[in-house]
Design a protein around this ligand. Structure first.
Ligand SMILES: Cc1ncc(COP(=O)(O)O)c(C=O)c1O
Length: 382
């Protein structure tokens, strides 16, 4: 007799990770695969982080740390807020987490009850709605197309006032890269605070911007939960380390959740990450490479018939409208992987409604990878 599988475990896949597995399987069988499906830098962690990790391996016992993270790392993160945003932050409000993914779990559990409704833009990072669903919360998708620059706005949220308990915003966003101007984010943070809505601001792509300024919701509201990570700008995806800044009255609840769910974030990654804030030159060189890759794709992809993109103000993605090429982005991406070895993510991962005619290309890889992928796409579509 088949035993029960929990209903709440029946969430959709994170398709980008499914594509990564398929791409890795093809690569393992000898195929030449270019990875534009997953948002991860081609670079390792910065040199000083690697050196700090080696020292920690030699000198530290690397046991559990405080559930909220190493005090020295929390202080380094607070110093980062003062340097980057001019925001003075009590390190006690900083919670070090197992990637920003761990932060979302803690934040959603601490802020919302089962059945609460949480709004976000559609398209959006798929794990928002899938984590919410797994926790018995209800994702409310606010349709945001080109006219809204694919972003949540006060206007969109106002239409659901009284019907939602929280809002998730990301600027720069995944999959589009679009950003809110600092005054738009501030307006949203004020509106949420005034209406008693919990704002979760995903700031994971801060540092990766192309001529725009990324503001933090903390500059406006201490009631917002701000989520960030060492994965993207700091080039440390596999170290599984992130953080969040929580309102003081939520701290103890988050600490108890973190103690019970994770015990502590990874010790080696924490010791190493303290050095991450001294690596700006190296990290900004990565951002310069993303800018070069972005320009290359914007110049080349129109020759492959792909010329309609969301404004990629930040992050390392192009979100392309491919309606002229297909009405089935999953099949299109599968054929692309099979026929030319280029892995991309079909838009349905981010937008179940309209994503059948969109696709996301990550340009976080090396410029050689991106240039080769563009060449293959142009030859394929010719
Ligand atoms: C918008 C956004 N938030 C959060 C994450 C999760 O990242 P991590 O758990 O590695 O910090 C990602 C990863 O791609 C993302 O794109």
């Amino acid at each position: 007799m088949a035993l029960k599988l929990a209903r709440r475990s029946g969430i959709p896949p994170f398709i980008a990770m499914d594509v990564l597995r398929a791409a890795n399987e093809r690569a393992a069988s000898g195929a030449d695969v270019l990875h534009l499906e997953v948002g991860q830098p081609a670079t390792p962690a910065p040199k000083r982080v690697l050196a700090a990790a080696r020292v920690a391996l030699e000198r530290e016992t690397l046991g559990y740390t405080d559930a909220l993270g190493l005090p020295a790392l929390r202080e380094a993160i607070a110093a980062h807020y003062l340097r980057r945003y001019g925001v003075t932050l009590d390190p006690a409000r900083i919670v070090v987490t197992t990637g920003s993914s761990g932060a979302f779990l803690l934040a959603f559990l601490a802020a919302f009850d089962e059945g609460d409704r949480v709004a976000m833009a559609n398209p959006a990072y798929p794990a928002y709605r899938n984590i919410l669903a797994a926790l018995g919360l209800v994702p409310v998708e606010l349709s945001a197309g080109p006219a809204e620059r694919y972003q949540v706005s006060v206007d969109l949220v106002r239409r659901h006032a009284g019907d939602i308990d929280g809002v998730i915003v990301a600027s720069p966003a995944n999959p589009t890269g679009t950003m809110l101007a600092p005054d738009e984010l501030a307006g949203l943070a004020r509106y949420c605070r005034d209406m008693g809505l919990r704002l979760v601001s995903d700031e994971i792509y801060h540092g990766i911007v192309y001529g725009k300024t990324a503001a933090t919701a903390l500059a406006t509201s201490d009631d917002a939960i701000v989520v960030n990570s060492f994965s993207k700008y700091f080039s440390m995806t596999g170290w599984r380390l992130g953080w969040m800044v929580v309102p003081p009255d939520m701290l103890r609840a988050v600490e108890c959740l973190a103690q019970n769910l994770f015990i502590s974030p990874p010790a080696l990654a924490q010791h190493a990450a303290i050095a991450a804030f001294e690596c700006e030159d190296e990290l900004n060189a990565n951002v310069a490479r993303y800018a070069e890759n972005r320009a290359l794709l914007l110049a080349e992809l129109p020759r492959a018939g792909i010329d309609n993109f969301a404004p990629a103000d930040g992050a390392f993605y192009l979100y392309a409208d491919i309606a002229a090429l297909t009405n089935d982005s999953v099949d299109f991406c599968q054929r692309m992987l099979r026929e030319i070895g280029v892995a991309c993510t079909p838009g349905v991962d981010f937008d179940p409604t309209r994503g059948h005619a969109t696709m996301r290309l990550s340009f976080a890889g090396s410029t050689e990878t991106i240039a080769t992928a563009a060449r293959r796409l142009v030859d394929w579509r010719r």
